[in-house]
Design a binder for this molecule. Structure first.
Ligand SMILES: Nc1ncnc2c1ncn2[C@@H]1O[C@H](COP(=O)(O)OP(=O)(O)O)[C@@H](O)[C@H]1O
Ligand SMILES: [Mg+2]
Length: 354
């Protein structure tokens, strides 16, 4: 139902005084894509979204919507929908009037307004709530009103700024499914800001990882999850084991890294130039057991165990003192001597940072 755009392309810089908040952030988004800006608090996500929306002027840069420059356009002329963390509903207006607000400003006929508002409230599962006030709704319901208020105007682009951050964990998971379904069903183009990597993975066609205003990696959820390109992205995406190594040799697509108390084989990667590198692996990719002469088998002692319900995450200290985190359904206890295997195809090779 939305008039889908073909593409949004921008390159934006934002400075406040001497502080650079966005350093020439470049991106191209295709129509019907769901793109997420992911990064820790303060990395510039909301600033980037605000600049696209027209709420914040860029210091430098250009924004092209379907080939036309739009930096000079006022927010209301851009035809974008916005949903914020704090809902930003009109407290003194009913649900119906909140959703009708933009259509009323456009002076649409009353019967069209009624039809479109009721249809949209049905879509966000709020049929029957028309006469309530925001204060009489739960957080999740208020956020659905905010989404309906944006969608009823058939936005060319939907901008979401941490819309689920004020909701409790269970509702957050339900609402993200609803947002993804609306996106697909209505053929929307969406930019979504979050600091929650699980949200980004489950919602996105592509994820843009930011660190202090600098683009660290753009990729599909699988690329970002399985093949991070640097220590920052790997750490943010849940890798918990990082080993400084010196790369020794390459053989048939594999390299060998020598670190403190360990020699590890990993798949070669074009990301790393030179011999100083980092090898990283997720706790859930490390296994207990392994024969002494197999590749990447290390022996150590269980130092501590974190109970996670179905699984446990254990810290194993190997000879030489390095700690390896292992997440499995196998039960081990503090003090046990164990062998762990770090499968070579699960080890990710990353550049060493300066
Ligand atoms: N109006 C402002 N004046 C000065 N600094 C600002 C202003 N708005 C944001 N910042 C700074 O810009 C950086 C990025 O902010 P923001 O885009 O809100 O980050 P995020 O949404 O990723 O948490 C932060 O360091 C923040 O303090
Ligand atoms: Mg923010």
């Amino acid at each position: 139902m939305a008039d889908s755009i073909q593409s949004l392309r921008f390159s934006i810089t934002k400075r406040y005084g001497a502080k650079t908040v966005l350093a020439g952030l470049p991106l191209e988004i295709k129509g019907r894509e769901f793109v997420t800006f992911l990064g820790p608090s303060g990395c510039g996500k909301s600033t980037a979204l605000g600049i696209v929306a027209g709420l914040i002027p860029p210091t430098e840069g250009e924004i092209f919507l379907d080939g036309q420059r739009i930096e000079h356009l006022l927010p209301e002329k851009r035809g974008f929908g916005m949903v914020f963390q704090n809902y930003a509903l009109f407290a003194h207006l009913t649900v119906f009037d909140n959703v009708a607000f933009g259509l009323s400003l456009q002076r649409r006929p009353a019967d069209e307004i009624k039809r479109r508002v009721l249809e949209m409230l049905g879509l966000v599962r709020l049929a029957g709530y028309e006469e309530r006030y925001p204060g009489q709704l739960s957080g999740g319901q208020q956020q659905r009103v905010a989404i309906a208020r944006a969608l009823v105007l058939h936005p060319r682009l939907m901008l979401f700024d941490e819309p689920l951050s004020n909701l409790d964990a269970k509702l957050r998971v339900e609402m993200r499914t609803e947002i993804k379904q609306l996106h697909t069903r209505l053929g929307l183009t969406s930019i979504y800001v979050t600091h929650d990597q699980a949200e980004a993975l489950s919602l996105s066609d592509r994820i843009v990882v930011l660190r202090e205003g600098v683009l660290m990696q753009v990729g599909t959820p699988q690329e970002i999850h399985d093949r991070p390109k640097n220590v920052f992205v790997a750490d943010f995406m849940g890798f918990r084991n990082f080993f400084d190594v010196d790369l020794r040799q390459t053989s048939a697509g594999f390299v060998e890294g020598v670190g403190k108390g360990m020699t590890l084989r990993a798949r070669a990667s074009e990301i790393v130039g030179g011999s100083a590198a980092v090898m990283a692996i997720r706790p859930e990719d490390v296994r207990f057991g392994g024969a002494a002469d197999d590749a990447n088998v290390l022996r150590g002692k269980v130092e501590l165990v974190e109970y996670l319900g179905r699984e446990q995450e254990s810290a194993i200290v190997i000879e030489g003192g390095q700690r390896i985190w292992v997440r499995t359904t196998d039960k081990v206890s503090v003090g046990d001597t164990v062998a762990v295997t770090l499968p070579p195809d699960k080890l990710v090779l990353l550049p060493r940072e300066g």
